[in-house]
Ligand binder design. Structure first.
Ligand SMILES: [Zn+2]
Length: 230
């Protein structure tokens, strides 16, 4: 492995370890559930959380480097039990640089009902471009979860999918973008839940959803930085 590639992986180990702190900060995970991964740009590799390690103990050194078949190439720990799903997404969607998985409460309550989150909020139009879709039921192990994520999100504006009876998977051009999508998914799921519980939410004209999405994705934010920076 070249020095440059080694430094790139070292930086991604730091980034992925630190981003796990956002999952706990926003209350998206319980115990050791949930995980973040990042693709190593230009390499068929990814950096992912180790399996079963407490969030407080996650650090750059115990992140695991796997190839895109989920085989460990660097690290002392077994990788996350969701590694196969992350690897499948990276193999199938070359534009994806980060993947996140949580069982965040409100979003997963929609997943438990097998119900997509309809777009009744401008913030949802901004980030997701419409509804947050439901993916199929799939058992862990093998490629079924990965296939369900990819088949649901391919050609869809949403970077988040609610896998039925399971939880949230999000994608992004990097790991930070995927973490942001996971945070925003839970935020809109909670508000949508309350709105539905209290009455009938008012629809947004689809043309306005399009306009909101276009502005947020292409105009909003600091132009010199990532368009997902708020
Ligand atoms: Zn899960």
């Amino acid at each position: 492995m070249s020095v440059q590639s080694g430094q790139q992986i070292a930086r991604l180990r730091e980034t992925v370890a630190r981003l796990h702190g956002e999952l706990t900060r926003y209350g998206l995970v319980a115990w050791t559930a949930g995980n973040v991964s990042a693709r190593v740009p230009g390499r068929d590799l990814m950096v992912i959380k180790p399996s079963g390690v407490d969030y407080d103990d996650l650090c750059a050194d115990n992140m695991v480097v796997c190839d895109l078949d989920g085989i460990v190439v660097e690290g002392d720990h077994a990788p996350s039990s969701d590694t196969a799903a992350h690897a499948y997404v990276y193999r199938a969607m070359p534009e994806v640089g980060g993947v996140v998985h949580t069982h965040s409460t409100y979003a997963t309550a929609w997943a438990a009902r097998g119900e997509a989150i309809p777009c009744h909020l401008t913030a949802q139009a901004d980030e997701f471009g419409g509804e947050i879709p439901i993916g199929p039921f799939a058992l862990i192990g093998g490629d079924d979860i990965g296939k369900g994520i990819v088949s649901t999100l391919t050609g869809h504006r949403s970077p988040a999918v609610l896998m039925r009876n399971h939880g949230v998977f999000t994608i992004g051009r990097d790991a930070r973008s995927a973490v942001k999508a996971a945070v925003m998914c839970e935020d809109v799921a909670r508000t949508a839940h309350l709105a539905h519980a209290l009455g009938q939410p008012v629809p947004i004209d689809p043309a306005d959803v399009d306009a909101l999405y276009d502005r947020y994705q292409n105009v909003y934010g600091q132009r010199a930085a990532s368009p997902t920076t708020t």
